[in-house]
Design a protein around this ligand. Structure first.
Ligand SMILES: [Zn+2]
Length: 149
């Protein structure tokens, strides 16, 4: 969830993410509800309100993630940590299929895809429409590489 984050910090993490959700990659101009900061490690788990612990997320991803930091890999049924946009590369844990479904390719990717419900019917339809207009997926920039910390 997005506990209070100072405006300066919100601007920095929004810019770092190129205004895209760092989980489902949707641009903030392409959804109705505004994107928000998310504490990767929630404050209730002593996560800091800092650049290194914040991700820019769409409303749906943020609400689905909440304060969770781990979930169950649906394939192995093991508990694994969630994807971290700060320390993980998106394309090492997820794959975007031609039909605009996001598939987890690792235990972390599968658990995150499942918990955040990245493949709701409506989200897939939006991604398909944006894909046809060449507006999705975004090119993954430095914010999604190892240089992000
Ligand atoms: Zn999202």
């Amino acid at each position: 969830m997005s506990e209070y984050v100072p405006a300066r910090l919100r601007r920095e993490i929004r810019q770092r993410a190129n205004q895209h959700c760092e989980y489902c990659l949707i641009h903030e101009d392409d959804v109705l509800l505004p994107h928000e900061p998310n504490h990767i490690i929630a404050m209730k788990h002593d996560g800091a309100t800092s650049e290194a612990n914040l991700a820019w997320t769409c409303f749906l991803c943020n609400r689905a993630k909440g304060s969770d930091i781990a979930s169950v890999d649906p394939l192995s049924c093991e508990i694994v940590r969630l994807f971290s946009p700060r320390t993980d590369r998106w394309d090492e844990h997820f794959q975007l299929q031609p039909d605009a479904k996001i598939v987890g390719t690792t235990p972390i990717g599968r658990a995150t895809t499942s918990l955040l419900k990245l493949n709701r019917k409506q989200q897939i339809e939006i991604r398909q429409t944006l894909t046809m207009a060449s507006l999705y997926p975004p090119r993954l920039g430095p914010a999604h590489s190892d240089q992000s910390s």
